[in-house]
Ligand binder design. Structure first.
Ligand SMILES: [Zn+2]
Ligand SMILES: [Zn+2]
Length: 412
């Protein structure tokens, strides 16, 4: 089994100013329980230099740190262009089979724009052209539309996206094999779109929070070779499952206005005709609304294959909700977190495997119970909206009270 997070950013990606290095990414990948990560931002001149200095490539397109942690060549770019009379902004992940091909990609991107101002640079060509350009370099390059449901920058985004893969890629759709679900959507939501496409999940961790990587991941059952990983993505044969955060937890799951303190379900938004009753401005429409808009099948479609994914909430969130601590990276949260890691090895093991009886030897019962609830996907979450993360609620009274307002919380 290879648990992989293949959407990483370097410290050169916008809004990241810190000292994060490849060493630090490796450190937190190991704590999380990841077995493979992307390099992130491989076209950025300084990051690229660091990758080449610090990592060593083997014959299978895997690049290794000195302490034997594997990476693959990965970047993300932002495309801004006009298509069918509308401005489009779409983010795509790009994977390279080796250093030589990565260098060719860099030469090409460098001919289209600057590469040094942001780890995730912007270009003016279309998604269709991107596929042609990359296929001119190598058929082993893989392009995966990233966080497809986010309003801006997602392929299906309500603001600057498309209604289908075909609308975006036209005849080049056949060269796209997978989409990345992003934190506000999971496979059951995307299955409803009835696109013929595989689904992967990665975290889009920005390196100012290197410990946030692996919130989402894809689990492969293949050999640790670039070709095998990409073949798995292309055929889905050797993808065991994806690890998804609960979509309600994502920052754009529901609709609303953060400043107006208003969280709305798609149904409520429709009743209000998309206008905020407090400030009279258009509401920020979330992912669930957009899914309802594009869905060809009702909720619950394709449930036959539930082994395709697991829904998990990160351990920091579980600890902070259990003890009612606002700041998820506070000292107290880290203390409990580190104690668990020291005992059990890594976070995925704790979230997915360690039995209750063993957990309560180290931590209080109430936290152990919350970890098991997360594992069994039984946590109640107030959906995120307008850039605000969802909120885990453990207090029964509050669940009942909120349940009356928000039907997605369901029966308790
Ligand atoms: Zn992105
Ligand atoms: Zn408002």
């Amino acid at each position: 089994m290879i648990i992989a997070d293949l959407q990483i950013h370097s410290r050169y990606a916008r809004a990241c100013s810190n000292n994060t290095t490849l060493d630090l990414l490796e450190k937190y990948a190991r704590i999380k329980g990841l077995d493979l990560i992307g390099t992130g931002d491989f076209q950025h001149p300084l990051w690229n230099k660091e990758i080449k200095e610090k990592l060593k490539e083997d014959d299978n397109g895997i690049i290794w740190s000195k302490t034997k942690f594997p990476f693959i060549w990965q970047t993300e770019i932002s495309l801004m262009y006009k298509q069918d009379g509308k401005g489009r902004r779409i983010h795509h992940l790009i994977f390279s089979p080796n250093k030589d091909v990565a260098d060719q990609i860099i030469d090409f991107l460098g001919s289209k724009g600057r590469l040094d101002y942001d780890g995730r640079p912007i270009f003016g060509f279309s998604s269709i052209e991107l596929v042609d350009f990359m296929r001119n370099i190598s058929n082993d390059i893989e392009i995966i539309p990233a966080h497809v449901m986010t309003p801006y920058f997602g392929l299906y985004g309500s603001k600057t996206g498309f209604d289908s893969l075909k609308d975006c890629f036209k005849d080049n759709t056949k060269h796209i094999h997978a989409i990345e679900s992003g934190m506000s959507a999971d496979p059951p939501m995307l299955w409803r779109l009835k696109e013929d496409i595989n689904i992967v999940s990665f975290s889009d961790a920005h390196s100012y929070w290197p410990w946030r990587l692996g919130r989402e991941a894809t689990v492969f059952d293949c050999e640790l070779k670039y070709k095998d990983i990409i073949n798995s993505i292309r055929t889905k044969n050797k993808i065991s499952y994806t690890i998804e955060t609960v979509p309600d937890y994502g920052k754009y799951h529901y609709d609303g206005h953060r400043n107006c303190n208003l969280r709305l379900s798609p149904e409520e938004t429709r009743k209000l005709e998309g206008i905020c009753p407090k400030c009279n401005q258009p509401l920020t429409i979330g992912v669930q609304y957009r899914i309802e808009e594009l869905a060809k099948e009702p909720e619950g479609y394709n449930k036959k294959d539930p082994t395709d994914y697991k829904r998990l909430i990160p351990l920091h969130e579980l600890i902070s909700s259990t003890y009612n601590i606002k700041q998820i990276s506070s000292k107290k949260v880290w203390e409990i977190y580190n104690k668990l890691i020291a005992e059990f090895g890594n976070e995925f093991k704790i979230l997915l495997e360690v039995p209750y009886e063993d957990l309560i030897k180290i931590i209080q019962e109430k936290l152990a119970k919350v970890i098991i609830m997360s594992r069994e996907d039984k946590l109640k979450i107030l959906p995120g909206y307008d850039g605000t993360y969802g909120e885990i609620i453990l207090d029964k009274e509050k669940i009942i009270e909120e349940g009356k307002k928000q039907k997605t919380l369901g029966e308790f």
